[in-house]
Design a protein around this ligand. Structure first.
Ligand SMILES: *Cc1c(COP(=O)(O)O)cnc(C)c1O
Length: 230
């Protein structure tokens, strides 16, 4: 199967999963994580209707985004301060912000570019040492600090669930949803109105994430890998 066929299959499955738990299909955005593939596979998914793509390295973002100006490009990788100008120049949404000093630099760079940068705060809900992100305890203050920056708009939270353990993944998704609700209740009304996104769920666990309230799922291998088996 090619990326266009697999994209359509996953997009249909996402819509069906929404309906199965009483949510509207347009309540969940499917981000096609193209970090392992070149522009040909991106073009195939684009032809099949994909308009949201995810990249985890600034160089790949810079290389691919200008070729697909109608698509929305999501930055989902580790943020290095010196790469923030490249990220802000191309990113529709940054999913992986968890340091206040990076938020402050994003704000300065976005101001220079005349844009307001949408961001999500990444939270390490499971507490695994291998995962990055703010702790659930740190997240409320970080969201509040981001909300105070004029050229940053904090849209919600993101997490990576433990892999290979469906029960632990579901716990992480539920934990992120509950944390977002608690944070939202503390935000001023205008900031709370923008704080609506939950980016959670990848190839192996996106159905559980949708059942727990994901508004964005980030799917790579199930769309772009020839060898992926459900
Ligand atoms: C690679 C990646 C994904 C996609 O993972 P798959 O298992 O290939 O679907 C999602 N989110 C982040 C942050 C990633 O780095």
């Amino acid at each position: 199967m090619e990326a266009n066929t697999r994209y359509r299959l996953v997009a249909d499955e996402v819509a069906a999963a929404c309906e199965a738990c009483g949510r509207a299909p347009e309540a969940v955005r499917l981000v096609a994580v193209s970090k392992t593939v070149g522009p040909e596979a991106v073009a195939a998914a684009y032809e099949a209707g994909a308009r949201d793509f995810g990249e985890n390295r600034p160089d790949s973002l810079v290389a691919k985004a200008p070729a697909f100006p109608e698509a929305r490009w999501h930055f989902i990788g580790n943020i290095q301060s010196r790469r923030i100008p490249d990220i802000v120049a191309h990113a529709h949404l940054i999913h992986s912000l968890y340091q206040q000093r990076h938020a402050e630099k994003i704000d300065r760079v976005a101001a220079e570019l005349g844009k307001v940068q949408d961001v999500l705060v990444e939270v390490n809900v499971s507490g695994e040492a291998s995962k990055s992100g703010a702790t659930p305890d740190e997240a409320p203050a970080l969201v509040a600090a981001c909300a105070a920056l004029p050229h940053v708009r904090v849209r919600g939270l993101m997490t990576m669930a433990p892999q290979g353990d469906p029960a632990a993944a579901t716990d992480a998704f539920r934990g992120l949803a509950a944390l977002a609700e608690a944070i939202r209740a503390q935000l001023p009304p205008d900031k709370a109105a923008a704080f609506t996104e939950l980016s959670m769920g990848m190839s192996d666990d996106w159905p559980a994430a949708i059942a727990c309230g994901a508004t964005i799922v980030r799917v790579g291998r199930a769309i772009f890998s020839d060898s992926y088996q459900e």
